[in-house]
Ligand binder design. Sequence first.
Ligand code: ADP
Length: 504
Amino acid sequence: MEFLTNIFQGMVIEDLFNLGGLAVSFAAVTLALILMSKIDQIQQLKKSLEKLKRAFDELDEQAKLIVKTDLALNKTQEELDKKVASLYTLHKISRLISTTLDEDEIFRRINEQAVSELGFEKGLIIMRGTQEEFSCKVCVGYPESQIENLVNTLRHEAIFSHCLREGRSLSSFNLIAADREKISRLFLVTSFLATPILTQDGISGVLFLGNASGQLALTEGDEELISILANQLGQSLENAKLFEEAFHSKLELESKIHERTKELSNALEEVKRISKMKSEFISAVSHELRTPLTSIKGYASILMAGKVGEIPAAVKERLDKINKHSDSLVKLINDLLDITRIESGKAEMKLEPHHINEIIYSVTDLLQPQLKEKEIQFKTEVSQDLPSVLIDRDQIERVFINLLGNAIKFTPSGGWIKISAVDKADFMEVAIADSGIGISEQDIPKIFEEFYRVDNQFNQTLKGTGLGLSLVKYIVEAHQGKIWVNSQLNKGSVFYFTLPKLKK
Ligand code: ADP
């Protein structure tokens, strides 16, 4: 300022005029310059403003997007929550129906609460019976009076029958508007779902679920969930049926076993009764026969001894035959009486310790003449230090006499017989082997039967009663032993039997 004041002080008027014009021009230029700068600034501001506006618009867009995304997220979350809840309910109902094997109980467990937890107000389960009849097993949300009507509709309505026959579900979601409205009207619902119940017999029923209020709308996921439930239901019903069948089979089997056991025990009683009757009969007849037979034998002996006078040689010969036949008859009767006595448990075994060697020795001594006569080579293989056996000596001697007698009888001259005894852990095993005619495979099981004699040439000429082996078997069994035979036709036989050892 001081500088400008100095300039003005040094100027004249003209100069001042000139100076005034100059100043105006200067001011105008300055103004113009200022104006230009302002315009420039305004331009800059305008640009900034536009930038800001654009940024603001972008922000607005983003905000809107965020709100939209948030809404979508909330919806998804809601759907997820619903799905989780439905899955939980499905799991709960599935477990409920699969933990019972009673068909009625399965249906009882799909009650109002279960239907409601699945998100429905109404529910029906219609099942097909064995006679193709249909019955309502579960009814929720409908009065009893409507059941028959609803069953008939589900059964006959073409919209249902078509889909269900193919094993497909139908719902207010997948039906055309006209069909949807029709079903809604018939079942008094706004949204619904019907799915077949499949078992091994095919489509056994229908599960129908529906809602009357609009808020409880159906989603695609519901259809899937309810199909899973229907499958589970089918499986549980199948299990219940199988269990029922298995249970009935078991009962049937038990009653059959019971029946058979009863029949068998009756048959056994009958066998026992007949066997007792047989024993009593044999015993009675044998006793009746023995007395006259003793007289016959006695008289024959008196006559033969010449006590009533001399008799001719021919009569003597006949009397001798009478005597021999009487002897075999007495033997037969005695054997029969013994069998019946042992069989009925009347013949008590007098068990005493004995050495088996002694018995073998005394029996072979007894049968020596016959062995010699047939030139049969006889061997024994019995160790001296065998333990004692606990036996009724007389009875076991009869066993040896019978078996050895048979061996001699059925072994042709020049053959061999061998008796051996072995100490087995719990018993003594005796074997009487011969090189005789042997026994065929089909005769082996029969030879221990009473009166059984093998039909062969030997038996046609040899005498016998067919009672020897039966008696032997009874005696061995009365000693808690066993008897069996190994034999081959034309090669020989080995008869084995066991005897109890004396316990130390
Ligand atoms: P029996 O000797 O009186 O005929 P058994 O009861 O003693 O009656 O024998 C039954 C049948 O068994 C005999 O008739 C005979 O056919 C057969 N048998 C028994 N022992 C022998 C043997 N050692 N060799 C071949 N056959 C035998």
